[in-house]
Design a binder for this molecule. Structure first.
Ligand code: SME
Length: 153
């Protein structure tokens, strides 16, 4: 699928009647299935008022990292920096939480609602240096659409 087709598919999911959890799950499933370099796709959201992220829906192998304190790992750093974090080679990162030896790269894009960083989409890849500006553009689109949902976090 081309990027514009995937964006169209995401819009369809956002508008379907699956409920928020179902939509987030479907987005993970569709993204993972659409790109060979997406081996794990998941959403983390701020855990209430705590300074930590909590894993929500995901597609791929279950991870033990269901809670990530702000500042820890790539995800925890994005919770503080409010910026996209593209890691083309995870072995070069000191502040990194491994979710399996096969993971070589990772991209995390924050989700903003009313200017607040409320969570993120996280993608792990078993390929080295697979991510381009196209991934960032698509995932920013996904995050903007997810922010329109009635999220509970
Ligand atoms: N690698 C992430 C942890 C989450 S897993 O990739 C699912 C990190 O360093 O924050």
């Amino acid at each position: 699928m081309k990027d514009f087709e995937i964006k169209h598919k995401i819009l369809q999911i956002i508008e379907n009647d699956l409920g928020v959890d179902g939509k987030l799950q479907e987005i993970c499933t569709v993204l993972k299935a659409s790109f060979e370099h997406y081996d794990w796709v998941g959403f983390y959201f701020k855990n209430g008022n705590k300074k930590e992220l909590k894993l929500a829906q995901f597609a791929g192998k279950p991870t033990e990292h269901t809670i990530i304190p702000f500042g820890k790992g790539i995800c925890g750093q994005v919770a503080i920096s409010n910026k996209n974090f593209v890691v083309q080679d995870v072995t070069e990162q000191d502040n990194y939480i491994s979710c399996g030896f096969a993971v070589q790269s990772e991209i995390v894009i924050p989700i903003f609602k009313n200017d607040e960083n409320i969570g993120q989409i996280d993608i792990d890849s078993h390929s080295k240096a697979p991510f381009t500006k196209a991934d960032e553009d698509l995932l920013e689109f996904v995050c903007a659409k997810v922010a329109t949902l009635d999220l509970v976090y």
